[in-house]
Design a protein around this ligand. Structure first.
Ligand code: DX5
Ligand code: ZN
Length: 236
C-alpha cells in the first residue's frame, strides 16, 4: 500500500465541468486538490483566484492547497482563507519576508509550505524548514501546465528529503510539474511523498479515474521495487 499522496492540479481541468472533475478525482482517491494561483507578474500567466476556491469548497471535503505564484502573497491570504483554503504554498523566490509570511499562514491556522524553483538550491530552506509542514520542489519552472519534467531536479528532491529528515522529520516533500506515470516512480524513489499532477490526470483521454490508477500503479511498482531492494539488503 502506497503512502504517497496525490494532489491533482485543477489547472489542467475542464473548467466548464470543474465540480464534476474534482468529484471524479476525489472518488479515485485524490488526497488533496492543488489550486494554482497566478498573477501574470510573478509568473507569465494568469489563472484563478478565491472565487474558484469558494466554489470548490461547496463541492468537496478534500483539503484545498493553494499554490500562490503571485508577487504579494501576504495581501491575499485572508481572502483565500475566507474562501475555504486549507493550506498555502508560497515561494522562496521574490519574498524578502518569508518568515513573516509563514508565521501569518500559521497564525491563520493553515498548513505552510515553501516552494523552490528549479534553479534555487535546497540550502535556502535550512532556516525556515522547522516552521513548515511541507517543502515543495518545483520540477518545472512555475507558470504553466503540460511542461516537461526537469530531470536535474531529482538529486535536489533527495537533498530536500535529507534536510527534512535532519531538521523537521514530519515535514512532507512535495513535487510539482511534469509528473506522470514515467516520472512518478523516479521522484518517489528520490524522496517525494506528495505528487502534484495536472495534465497527467485531467488531460488523459481515458479519464480521471484511469489516469489516477495509472499513477498509483507506477508508484506502487516503485514502492515494491524499493521494499524488495531493502529486504534483499537485510537478507544479505
Ligand atoms: C505549474 C503549476 C503546476 C501545474 C502542473 O506552474 O504549479 O501545478 O499545474 O501541471 P503538469 O502536471 O501538467 O506539469
Ligand atoms: Zn502548482
Amino acid at each position: 500500500m502506497s503512502t504517497v499522496k496525490l494532489a491533482p492540479s485543477i489547472l489542467s481541468a475542464d473548467f466548464a465541468r470543474l465540480g464534476q472533475q474534482v468529484a471524479e478525482a476525489a472518488q479515485a482517491g485524490a488526497d488533496r486538490i492543488h489550486v494554482d494561483v497566478m498573477d501574470g507578474h510573478f509568473v507569465p500567466n494568469l489563472s484563478m483566484g478565491p472565487v474558484v476556491v469558494q466554489s470548490l469548497r461547496r463541492v468537496t471535503d478534500l483539503p484545498l492547497e493553494i499554490h500562490l505564484m503571485i508577487s504579494n502573497p501576504d495581501s491575499f491570504l485572508d481572502e483565500f482563507v475566507a474562501a475555504g483554503s486549507d493550506s498555502f504554498l508560497v515561494h522562496w523566490e521574490g519574498n524578502d519576508n518569508l518568515h513573516r509570511t509563514v508565521q501569518r499562514i500559521r497564525q491563520l491556522g493553515k498548513r505552510a509550505t515553501v516552494a523552490i524553483n528549479p534553479a534555487t538550491p535546497v540550502a535556502v530552506l535550512e532556516e525556515i524548514v522547522s516552521d513548515l509542514d511541507q517543502v515543495l520542489v518545483m520540477t518545472v519552472n512555475p507558470g504553466f501546465g503540460h511542461q516537461q519534467f526537469i530531470a536535474r531536479t531529482l538529486p535536489k528532491i533527495g537533498r530536500a528529503r535529507e534536510l527534512v529528515e535532519r531538521r523537521q522529520p514530519l515535514c512532507e516533500v512535495e513535487v510539482d510539474g511534469g509528473i506522470d506515470a514515467e516520472t512518478a516512480p523516479l521522484v518517489v524513489r528520490a524522496g517525494a511523498t506528495v505528487l502534484v499532477a495536472g495534465s497527467a490526470i485531467f488531460s488523459d483521454r481515458d479519464g480521471v479515474a484511469v489516469a489516477m490508477r495509472r499513477l498509483r500503479t507506477a508508484i506502487g511498482d516503485a514502492g515494491e521495487t524499493e521494499a524488495a531492494g531493502r529486504s534483499a539488503l537485510q537478507r544479505s
